[in-house]
Design a protein around this ligand. Structure first.
Ligand code: PBG
Ligand code: ZN
Length: 338
């Protein structure tokens, strides 16, 4: 439809449509609700400690024994979903990341625990090899140091099954190997649990400079080289579109664009390429830190900076956001409803 259909001397007057705060709410394409927030949680194998993460102010690695007490007030405040990241520190890392699906790995223990403690909370798990491999890469390597894609995909499917059996509701592979969505979906079907474990693909995941604080949090910086041969080049819109289409074709249930703010055009592309799919965006660690430090420096209030970034994600087409600001936003949603 062309708009305005019939221009007249009044259609140029806009103020009336947003002079009142409720009017302004009506002008939004979507309002943020608690269902739209997924909180990334770092779980470590130091069972009784909370280790503050210097580069992610306000975030910590949590020992299993502190996890329920940490999450309880957030669940009471409306927290609906989390994504778990394992940060084992006591393990021996090896080239194939054997510790990733060890029955005692922090994510598997946390899944059992959280499923019992919070039966309604959606539990997603990040699947990747980088926190567990001696070389720190997201896949298995060949002798020449390049990625062994087939071996990686096989390993990722095995790890995914271990998490699925431990009770996770959603598998979220962040490795960016070719064909992992199909391999994991096939494994879920084979196991007979494809109806109750969904698959969220980190589809358009870029080789970003904004992951720094996260790699610090997870001790997952590659020992040598970088991730530019599997994560997407930030300059490329076309590869992101192809990766999204590819992952839909391989059976992804939910799509993701990551990072968020520098890639809002990709988020809009994803929305248009896949109008019938739930779409998420990951506001990554560097974006979190950037907003945090800006607020500290008086650029804006934290709430203003965070909520404006959320507005951008929703406007571009996201259905939900993975963000370390989840606790604060839940609080602000509650304040707003009073
Ligand atoms: C691991 C992974 C990373 C992030 C999520 N999963 C780091 C990376 O790929 O290097 C980044 C999240 C963040 O920065 O908050 N594959
Ligand atoms: Zn990784």
């Amino acid at each position: 439809m062309e708009f305005p259909v019939v221009p007249n001397k009044h259609t140029s007057l806009l103020h009336a449509g947003y002079h009142h705060p409720i009017h302004r709410k009506w002008q939004a394409n979507a309002q943020i609700t608690s269902e739209m927030l997924m909180y990334p949680i770092f779980v470590t194998d130091n069972d009784d400690v909370e280790e503050k993460i210097d580069t992610l102010p306000g975030q910590s690695r949590w020992g299993i024994n502190l996890l329920v007490d940490f999450l309880k007030p957030l669940v009471d405040n409306g927290l609906k979903s989390v994504i778990l990241f394992g940060v084992p520190v006591k393990i021996k890392k090896d080239p194939v990341g054997s510790a990733a699906d060890d029955p005692n790995t922090p994510t598997i223990r946390a899944l059992h625990l959280l499923k019992k403690a919070f039966p309604k909370l959606l539990l997603a798990v990040d699947v990747c090899l980088c926190p567990y491999t001696s070389h720190g890469h997201c896949g298995v390597l060949r002798d020449d140091g390049t990625i062994d894609n087939r071996g990686s995909v096989r390993r990722l499917a095995d790890i995914s099954m271990a998490y699925a059996r431990a009770g996770c509701d959603m598998i979220a592979p962040s490795d960016m190997m070719d064909g992992r969505i199909k391999a994991i979906k096939d494994a879920l079907v084979e196991e007979g649990i494809a109806h109750k474990v969904s698959l969220m693909s980190y589809s358009a995941k870029f080789a970003s400079g904004f992951y720094g604080p996260f790699r610090d949090a997870c001790h997952s910086t590659p020992g040598s080289g970088d991730r530019k041969c599997y994560q997407l080049p930030p300059q490329s819109r076309g590869l992101a579109r192809r990766a999204l289409v590819r992952d839909i074709g391989e059976g992804a249930d939910v799509l993701m664009v990551k990072p968020g703010t520098p890639y809002l055009d990709i988020l809009r592309d994803a929305r248009e390429l896949a109008p019938d799919y739930p779409l998420s965006v990951y506001q990554v660690s560097g974006e979190y830190a950037m907003i945090w430090h800006s607020a500290q420096a008086g650029v804006f209030s934290l709430r203003t900076g965070v909520m404006e970034s959320m507005d951008g994600f929703l406007r571009a087409g996201a259905n939900f956001v993975l963000t370390y600001y989840t606790p604060q936003i839940l609080e602000w949603i509650k304040e707003d409803s009073n």
